[in-house]
Design a protein around this ligand. Structure first.
Ligand SMILES: Nc1nc2c(c(=O)[nH]1)N[C@H]1C(S)=C(S)[C@@H](COP(=O)(O)O)O[C@H]1N2
Ligand SMILES: [Mo]
Length: 424
């Protein structure tokens, strides 16, 4: 594998030496009509002193983004509005962090309204001393601040058999990254004391769904966080205000929001969410239970489905890579449907269980092609193709394999510049 990557890299450097400079001089320029009509008036006024700016804090003291920024979460169609998804507009993001207002949402019973003064977390079961923690109690304990992604293991569930959703918000939008602040579970464990037989913990939410999952004690002690902060402020109501469980790298469903109870036990509780749901039926009829880790994955967000390249020239291919099992080691990009792979540039130092942005300069000559990316994580795992994944999990009908689709995504570029979701 490394030999191939080195060869790829040399070939890329050769190609880049001549290609990029030429493409930059001949590349597309921004036409005048690329500026929206409404924006032109605000764009560099002839005499800025003639236009009085908006006074400070005219926004009620809590800012909002520019009126020209339009990206929003979109709802995923479900029969019941209280059990729903909304997807992050990944292609509109910059950097690694998802703005809180664009963090994807998944709730099974709607968003409860919880007064933090009347909310507490009970830790009981196989502990030394059961305790109730108010928000004030939690805030008095030492806190940690870490960037982590959350991905619903149902992300892309429509894409196993045929390309279904048109754009990256649809295919990959159940993925978001925040900077989370809270108290390590290990800190709470020291407060209550643990009994030796306590190897599983039930986490329970205070929403109408009373969402419950059994979590291995080992994971909780390693890096579980009771989070009350998100991106520098209180966690958003949609994300579990006033507190949620954060299990870095685990499937989204286990990150119990509106957390109200942790019960230590000697065995898993086998709740609905880990028996009927969130299990993976295999080809031989058996099901994977507690498939909790999110495997390495990546996706190109530019160019991606429903976009249109204005013409041949140089483009900054970009996207996200992430792994639930540690740091992203490297990201490769292919410009020929996976035949040749080139190393992409990582825009920041990869952090464990966190998305990292990658970029790759590409000169498009106008011929149809297929773009792909693949993630390599620090465990040595390489993001598989869909065929490789189906071979392992079993290919058994359109609805059987639902969760944990982490296959390589393909975007086809037509000669017209049109980008679409394909299975290559
Ligand atoms: N209490 C509660 N916690 C919950 C859920 C829920 O419905 N209720 N949904 C889970 C699912 S399926 C996912 S993918 C994540 C989504 O987190 P987010 O809405 O903050 O993006 O929350 C999880 N935690
Ligand atoms: Mo989920």
């Amino acid at each position: 594998m490394f030999a191939t990557r080195d060869a790829d890299r040399r070939r890329f450097l050769f190609a880049a030496g001549s290609g990029i400079a030429a493409a930059l001089s001949a590349g597309p320029t921004l036409a005048d009509d690329a500026v929206p009509a409404g924006a032109r008036h605000f764009d560099v006024p002839d005499d800025p002193t003639k236009e009085q700016g908006r006074p400070v804090a005219a926004d009620g003291g809590y800012g909002s983004r520019s009126q020209f920024e339009k990206a929003v979460r979109v709802r995923y169609p479900t029969p019941n509005e209280h059990t729903s998804w909304s997807l992050t507009p990944l292609a509109a993001l910059v950097g690694n962090i998802t703005p809180s207002g664009l963090h994807f949402e998944r709730h099974h019973g709607g968003i409860p309204t919880i007064d933090p003064d009347h909310h507490s977390l009970v830790v009981h079961g196989l502990v030394g001393t059961p305790k109730r923690f108010s928000m004030d109690d939690l805030r008095r304990l030492p806190s940690v601040t870490r960037k982590h992604f959350i991905e619903c293991s149902g992300n892309g569930l429509t894409e196993w058999k045929k390309p279904t959703l048109k754009n990256v918000q649809g295919t990959h939008g159940l993925l978001s990254t925040s900077e989370w602040t809270g108290v390590l579970f290990s800190t709470l464990a020291r407060e209550v004391g643990l009994q030796e037989e306590g190897v599983w913990v039930l986490a329970e939410g205070a929403d109408a769904a009373v969402m419950t999952r059994s979590i291995p004690m080992e994971k909780l002690l390693k890096d579980g966080i009771i989070a009350y902060g998100q991106n520098g402020e209180a966690i958003r109501p949609e994300q579990g205000y006033p507190m949620r469980l954060l299990l870095p790298g685990y499937e989204g469903n286990t990150h119990i929001k509106w957390l109200r109870r942790l019960e230590v036990s000697d065995k898993p509780f086998m709740t609905r969410e880990e028996t009927s749901k969130y299990t993976d039926l295999m080809g031989d009829g058996r099901a994977r239970l507690f498939s909790l880790d999110m495997d390495a994955k990546s996706v190109i967000t530019f160019p991606s489905g429903e976009m249109r390249l204005p013409g041949p020239g140089i483009y900054n291919v970009t996207g996200f890579a992430w792994s639930g099992r540690g740091r992203v080691q490297a990201v490769d990009v292919s410009l020929d449907a996976g035949k040749t792979w080139y190393p992409a540039y990582l825009g920041s130092t990869p952090e464990p269980m966190c998305t990292v942005r990658f970029t790759f300069p590409w000169t498009w000559d106008g011929t149809p092609t297929v773009l792909q990316s693949r993630c390599l994580d620090e465990t040595g795992y390489v993001q598989p193709t869909r065929q490789q994944l189906l071979a392992i999990r079993g290919d058994h009908g359109p609805s059987a394999s639902i969760y944990h689709l982490n296959a390589i995504q393909s975007w086809s570029i037509a000669s017209t510049g049109e980008v679409s979701n394909v299975h290559a």
